[in-house]
Design a protein around this ligand. Structure first.
Ligand code: DAT
Ligand code: MG
Length: 140
């Protein structure tokens, strides 16, 4: 069977803060393989598809604005269990609640803004992962 893949984004806060290397390091240290890594500028079209499930929520507009505020590092990581495994590495959505030892828990905090600037995105299911990889890496 094809190996499991996930889409990770180092969000604009992570890129701005110079944490891309630290985040990639944690993915590799866990034993996952990086199969694509590319610095990209998100577009409103890609974000509308990427975050379609959140359309209409109060944080949707600030989320899209934040994701357009600077480049993101788009990553495809591969390995058995990588989808759940990366979400475990990332920690809870709210960086204040995220446990120490996780990316968001160790490196993130609440900045008092309208959206959680929580450093990373990770796909939440096989279906989302394949859909999101197609959006960010059409050639894959
Ligand atoms: P996750 O990124 O942990 O999968 P999600 O898919 O529910 O979380 O939400 C997508 C992003 O939207 C999340 O990373 C940050 C932002 N967000 C989610 N819930 C929020 C909330 N209640 N207030 C502000 N921002 C929120
Ligand atoms: Mg999500």
């Amino acid at each position: 069977p094809a190996p499991e893949r996930t889409l990770v984004l180092v969000k604009p806060d992570g890129v701005r803060r110079g944490l891309s290397g630290e985040i990639l390091r944690r993915i590799e240290a866990k034993g996952y393989t990086l199969t694509a890594v590319e610095l990209k500028n998100a577009t409103p079209e890609v974000l509308a598809a990427h975050y379609a499930e959140h359309e209409g929520k109060p944080f949707y507009a600030p989320l899209v604005e934040f994701m357009l505020s600077g480049p993101v590092l788009a990553v495809v990581a591969e390995g058995q269990g990588v989808i759940a495994g990366f979400r475990s590495l990332a920690g809870a959505t709210d960086p204040t609640a995220a446990l120490p030892g996780t990316i968001r828990g160790d490196l993130g905090r609440d900045w008092g803004l309208k959206v959680q600037q929580n450093l990373v995105h990770g796909s939440d299911s096989v279906e989302s992962a394949e859909r999101e990889i197609g959006l960010w890496f059409p050639a894959l």
